[in-house]
Design a protein around this ligand. Structure first.
Ligand code: GLY
Length: 255
């Protein structure tokens, strides 16, 4: 088994991306591409075999492959993204994932972004957001309960996706921004709060034993390190203008 990472080069039209909670500002496409290449290099350094999909110039958000699928060890669920402009992104991802997992799909009128699905071992928390509706969460539960997963819908406020507000760090540990999601949902788990000056830092990516964290979140990095995690910081300044975090730009799974 090897760790496999699906990525897709950013569209040259990334600046035309969907936005929900950020003001639109200019995005330097070449800087975004450089950040993405650095991200891919780190994934390779951490042992991932990369499957790089070609850019989709007509799909501005298509670099954010996380939103197109929920990949678990037993099965993959192709989502139906909440933003209509993003729905064509799933076609190519479905073709790739069919080589690795049995596929299911969220059907209309359900809508779901993968960024709303937070896995904590066998428990899946699905953010109820502008992108993900309760019908889709019910569909996901129906698909996954036979595999032994629980799926619960949770309210999110102030941010794009549930995984903007919380990330699984492995074991019983969750990093979260308590302003954006009710920490009572995670009772019994070990919770680490982001630094209060770094609301966007709750989205981190665990690869192997390492946590990738935004470079502009030194206070949160320090909190993670004080809790015993090994952390590496990555600059995603340009991608973040498109409402990106660390998890958005890859689908990582054992293959
Ligand atoms: N720009 C990321 C998204 O809104 O889906």
């Amino acid at each position: 088994m090897t760790l496999h990472a699906i990525t897709r080069a950013p569209s040259p039209n990334l600046a035309a991306c969907e936005l929900t909670h950020l003001e639109r500002v200019a995005i330097d496409a070449s800087r975004a591409a450089a950040e993405h290449e650095a991200y891919e290099r780190v994934l390779e350094e951490l042992g991932c075999t990369l499957e790089r999909l070609p850019a989709e110039p007509d799909l501005p958000d298509s670099v954010f492959v996380e939103d197109t699928a929920v990949v678990l060890p037993e099965v993959a669920v192709i989502t139906r993204p909440g933003a209509a402009s993003r729905r064509p992104e799933t076609t190519s991802i479905g073709k790739v994932l069919a080589g690795y997992r049995p596929l299911h799909a969220i059907e209309a009128p359900g809508t779901m972004d993968g960024g709303d699905v937070l896995r904590v071992d066998r428990d899946l928390y699905a953010g109820l957001t502008s992108r993900t509706n309760a019908g889709a969460v019910d569909q996901l539960r129906g698909i996954l309960e036979s595999f032994g997963y629980s799926v619960v819908g949770v309210d999110v406020r102030g941010c794009l996706h549930l995984k903007s507000a919380a990330s699984w760090l492995g074991g019983d540990a969750v990093l979260l921004n308590p302003d954006w999601v009710d920490e009572g949902l995670f009772a019994g788990l070990d919770l680490i709060h982001v630094h209060p000056d770094e609301p966007y830092a709750a989205n981190v990516l665990r690869v192997g034993g390492l946590i990738l964290c935004r470079a502009d979140a030194p206070g949160t990095r320090e909190r993670l390190e004080q809790s015993g995690f090994t952390v590496r910081s990555l600059d995603i300044t340009e991608l973040a203008k498109a409402e990106a975090g660390l998890t958005c730009s890859s689908l990582i799974f054992d293959a």
